[in-house]
Design a protein around this ligand. Structure first.
Ligand SMILES: *[C@@H]1O[C@H](CO)[C@@H](O)[C@H](O)[C@H]1NC(C)=O
Ligand SMILES: *[C@@H]1O[C@H](CO)[C@@H](O)[C@H](O)[C@H]1NC(C)=O
Ligand SMILES: *[C@@H]1O[C@H](CO)[C@@H](O)[C@H](O)[C@H]1NC(C)=O
Ligand SMILES: *[C@@H]1O[C@H](CO)[C@@H](O)[C@H](O)[C@H]1NC(C)=O
Length: 385
């Protein structure tokens, strides 16, 4: 992985076509929904472009996102509805309830019997599916698997360690929120009165969304805080609907197609990024799709228009003009105190540079500047202290 990104970072003309962040294609990514013909059971097939308050939203183990409402589901970000029992048969056989209350894709790497399984909630029962097949022994009582979590839930979403403090699941009922620690089974109940009551909750590309009515609100999984202009209309973002398109106000984002990248790198946690202008994209999230987000969401001090990015010993170096910003790599990036500094001060060279990369664990950064490549020994630089 490291070596691959070594060679990619000097390739500044890499076309973004395979990672194009036009929002529809980007969101589907590899998880492209199969184009199944819609089947018609009893009742009229609902149209999600008319505005639906979903019962549940979850990706499956292949990264295809399923939307649920009553006895219907949608697979992927576009396409028609299908009967719930066409994909998750036993759930309907069991109770004939014709709906799910909540669903999430388990993230529990310590437990391969649960990791990546989809958990559905119906009244007081929980169903575990893998490969769209009900696991033996299910359904079980919610109390058995998630003691302390109420029945008749509204929403649920996984929250891996790093995003939550511990490997967790967040459950929603009314305006109460329950953080369930998967290891200790401890439950922390919170009252997030500022957040609308969620009918569905969804984690996508490490972001957390509460769906309510046909709208959604992005929230912080630990504090519940909402930053930015919410709610937004789900039809402009999470499904393809005529007359709904958030692209109209995102010209920068759209211009990312068929253009050059500013920088590409992988950090020490294996997260791979491409940067261009004011936007970045994660390259290691193919399963759940690709999407461009503002650089300032993650690295607020540096903003955008980077010349080069590389990572070394748990730090991300971002070079912009004659400045270098060094961030500590963790679940969230933090600017190391005292930065930015000038390139001259940090690496002993004058900016601007065209590209920079490190190969494997070697403490040498190769900096490309016009026709020249400079090799700088990072073990001798200030950021080590
Ligand atoms: C799904 O449910 C409908 C009625 O609710 C029924 O007619 C149909 O046979 C069911 N399909 C499957 C595959 O069980
Ligand atoms: C998944 O299910 C399908 C049919 O339901 C089956 O053919 C396939 O072998 C299963 N795959 C795995 C990995 O269990
Ligand atoms: C949210 O849930 C609480 C508790 O269940 C309920 O009292 C309140 O009316 C709900 N709010 C809305 C807007 O539905
Ligand atoms: C674009 O966004 C600005 C500010 O957020 C808003 O005032 C404007 O109406 C939006 N334009 C369109 C076409 O949505």
């Amino acid at each position: 992985m490291r070596l691959l990104f070594c060679s990619l970072s000097i390739c500044l003309t890499l076309a973004l076509s395979q990672a194009a962040p036009h929002h529809h294609e980007a969101m589907e990514g590899e998880g492209h929904p199969e184009n199944r013909p819609p089947r018609s059971p009893s009742g009229d097939s609902p149209n999600r472009c008319e505005g639906i308050d979903f019962d549940a939203i979850t990706p499956d183990e292949k990264g295809i996102t399923f939307f649920f409402k009553g006895e219907w589901l949608w697979r992927g970000f576009h396409g028609d509805s299908e009967p719930l029992n066409s994909s998750f048969k036993e759930m309907d056989d069991h109770h004939h309830l014709g709906h799910v209350d909540a669903a999430f894709r388990m993230h529990h790497e310590d437990n391969p019997n649960e990791h990546d399984h989809i958990f559905f909630f119906q009244d007081d029962k929980v169903f575990s599916y893998f490969n769209h097949t009900l696991e033996t022994g299910f359904p079980k009582d919610i109390q058995e698997l998630f003691p302390g979590i109420p029945t008749h839930l509204d929403a649920a979403v996984e929250c891996p360690k790093g995003e939550c403090v511990t490997e967790s699941v967040i459950f929603f009922k009314g305006d109460e929120v329950y953080h369930f620690d998967l290891k200790t089974q401890a439950v922390k109940k919170r009252h997030w009165a500022h957040l609308p009551n969620c009918t569905a909750a969804y984690r996508w590309l490490e972001r957390y969304y509460c769906f309510h009515g046909h709208q959604f609100t992005k929230f912080h999984p630990v504090t519940g805080s909402v930053v930015g202009n919410y709610p937004k209309d789900a039809r402009s973002y999470f499904m393809r609907c005529p007359k709904f398109d958030h692209g109209s106000n995102d010209t920068d984002r759209e211009r990312c197609s068929h253009v050059n990248l500013d920088a590409v790198t992988a950090d020490d946690l294996g997260k791979a990024y491409a940067f261009r202008g004011q936007y970045y994209m994660r390259l290691d999230t193919q399963r759940d799709g690709w999407h461009a987000f503002p650089i300032s969401n993650v690295w607020k001090e540096v903003g955008g228009d980077l010349d080069s990015v590389f990572s070394y010993e748990g730090k991300l170096y971002m070079i912009k003009g004659d400045q270098v910003y060094i961030y500590k790599t963790a679940a969230h990036y933090t600017l190391i105190e005292g930065y930015p500094k000038t390139l001259k001060e940090e690496l002993g060279i004058e900016g601007p540079v065209d590209a920079a990369f490190v190969c494997g664990e070697y403490p040498i950064v190769h900096v490309i500047k016009g026709q020249n490549m400079l090799d700088i020994d990072l073990s001798a630089t200030l950021a080590r202290c």
